[in-house]
Design a protein around this ligand. Sequence first.
Ligand SMILES: [Zn+2]
Length: 590
Amino acid sequence: MAYLSLYRRLRPLAFDQLTGQGHVTRTLSHALSRGQLAHAYLFCGPRGTGKTTTAKILARAVNCHHYPAPEPCGECPPCRNIAAGVSLDVIEMDAASNRGIDEIRELRERTRYASGESRYKVYIIDEAHMLTNEACNAFLKTLEEPPPGVIFILATTDPSRLPSTIVSRCQRFDFHLLTVEQIGEKLRQVIEDEGWRAEDEAVRLMARLAEGSLRDALGILEQCSAYDDEMLTAEHVRSLTGVTRVETIGALIEALAAGDLEAGLQTLQEIIYSGRDLTMLLRDLIFFFSRLLLGGTPGRLQLEESYYGFEDLLKQYRGRFHRAYLLELIELLHGLSGEMRYAHYPQFTLEVAYIRMMRLLHREELPAAAAVESPVTPQKSGSPKKAAAPAAIAAQKPAAPSRSAAKGAAAAEPPSEQPAAPRQSARQKEAAVPPTGAAPSHDGPAGSPEPPPADTAADADWWEQLLREVKARKKVVYRHLNAAQGHKLEGNRLLLIYQSGDFAGERIMETNHRRLLEESCREIFDRHLQIRVRYVESEPQSALEGDTHTVPPPAPRESSGGGPSGKKGERSYRFEEAERLFPGEVFEVQ
Ligand SMILES: [Zn+2]
């Protein structure tokens, strides 16, 4: 005899054998025992939840010699023939491959002839939503007034794609996804019946992986049972299905919590190179963080969590992440699942996403890690890590843009044109700025041994404050603001520097976004600030060194927030940069 898959071999032959769809089978049994039949049924629900199985049981029940009865007897010839698939009066049709009008016409013709041996001719139309519009229209009349002795059972995973004219002519039943417990229970029963042995964790894992579909669960069990004739372990299930171990996911999360990017990426590498399924990893991460966000809700949720094997991990990390950050993190992960589907190299997408997650969770602490990566960043020794780190990044960030800007200034306008004050007074002016934190960021060229000026900490402070303020007002503006490569406060102007081609720069200058940003600035600085945006080409640091005189750099594009005093501040900014780049004294400024 040909090999039959577990799912087909174990297909229930009576309603009481069906797992999990009590609300459907009870109603159908009731109607059958009273002989109240509809002429068309619509079975909706996710795949693998028992729609076709129920349709077949129904076909047997209506043709059973003992009808009306709640269940098919399973003994009489119609029951046996239909179960064996040799009855001429139960016609299964797959609408996915027979979706056209011709097939429906043929079906319509066939319904005219009375059934042979059985009481009813039953047409089971699978994937009914795949029927074309024309086919649906042709079918409509037949469905409305079917010839006597004909029953239609339409099964679909997506009832919303069926025309309402079809749906309204059927008696509708909705099949539910099975719970992890229901599937687990069924799996245990099957394992026992088959004389196999399996670890409890393995059963839980398989039940979880099936995602509510009993067909999938049995498929996984069958695949895993062939793996080893000894005990079926969770490790077998993992290696066959590509699921990442909970411990490994734990290591990934611990690295996130601790802000240890290196350890996190290392774990990620191990996961990637051991061939684990990254989509499943992502799903586990989403599950973990969303459960963390929901908090310890008692009851059913707890039960489900225990089945997922994450309960210890959840207990361990409850309260360790900020709720607002968690929400963003989950959003990021959801976006990632879409990205990964279309990514050529999902592993890199995941790695970058991990870095983004790290950044998101450690907005204050991460720059320390970034500083380690670029040894040129001057960092004050002796200052506490938390305070020094953001200062370092704030000082470093605008370094690249300001340099190219300065080159632009050097090529286009000689320093003598600048209306700004000579070197001495420029320094004094900066020193005279009140300690509200409104001092301009004083960025020395990267690689210079000169330590960052004292005001960078304050600089980082107002920037962080502004980010927080904007974020509280509107997320989208916050995102555009946060995308800035650098920022600088110049008198009454806030200069934002974006990478050339970064859309965020344009978005933040849209009137309503800019207004919101201006209002936020007023909140923090207690005065009106003009917002200006500058774009810079990204260029490696080394390319900047030495050749400032010979290579004409691209002139920075600018878009202005409006206002007459814009030009002046812009010049002094360039002047400062030019002054810093060229050695020598400034004698005269006109
Ligand atoms: Zn029977």
